[in-house]
Design a protein around this ligand. Sequence first.
Ligand SMILES: [Zn+2]
Length: 310
Amino acid sequence: MVKEKLRAKILDGSLQDYKTYLAGCYRGYHIVIEFRQPYYIVTINASSTNDANNEMLREFLAQHKGTVKKLAKAEANTHKVSLSVAAPNLQKNLPDVLNNSIAPIINYLVNGNYTSGCENCGDTMQQLHCYEINGLHHYICDTCAKEIEASLQEKQVNIKMQKSQFIPGLIGAFLGSLLGAALWILIYRLGYIAGLAGAVTAICALKGYEMFGKHLDKKGVICSVIIMVAMIFFANKIAWSWEAFDALKDYGYTFSNCFRYLGDILEASGLTGSYYGDLGIGYFLTLICSIGNIINAFKTSAGSYSMKKM
Ligand SMILES: [Zn+2]
């Protein structure tokens, strides 16, 4: 995740670099550092029998946050400390920024005899392992790992069982994509092919389905995408009809004439190729801008989760 020269300076080089995150034990405390633009997310497992629910630790963190400029968030729950540290402008300053944020907390933990157990239950008897759960890493005990995996599986089953209300969902997707289509026409009028508006159409269609259909399931995603594709076709056709109307209104054409006979008008003026070219580029840009959202919607609708022992 960081250059070896920098890693060696972070918390005396006690953390190992696992490419996407740093993890290890520093002065007896389990620590994970991951980068989530624009923050470094730091997790320190800590609890103490002298500090119920880490209340005192929380007070210390609030005060500590005030003294470190880059520390955007410093919170504790029952068994861990969570920090968000703003990434420095220069990568070479990263060790200083992280050390200034973390080291005083570790001093406080050592002086207060805090122990570092499972992030979930605080247990210090079992050996901890690092697990990746939905993209973030956690030091937890195997008992908790089993419980967490079981609850994720149960959630997945529940999500899969949830059914959407199909017709209201379709109406929602239609209304949502209408917004995107309007934006498409507007941007086109300004002289651009509106790939971004295509992405807006996709997001609004998916959101619309979810809002009106109460749940976004697999068929909801598929129908939203089909509506989006049709909507973009119409948006492009309206935008071109509008241009034709601008050019032909002095010859007695109405907008609806232009819309109905657009094919003939394009052929007569030799613009058929440009019309489909625009549409193709529009679809392509839409695909690039919205594929991430569509894949995520599919994953969410399937209740997908990831969990693995590192
Ligand atoms: Zn545990």
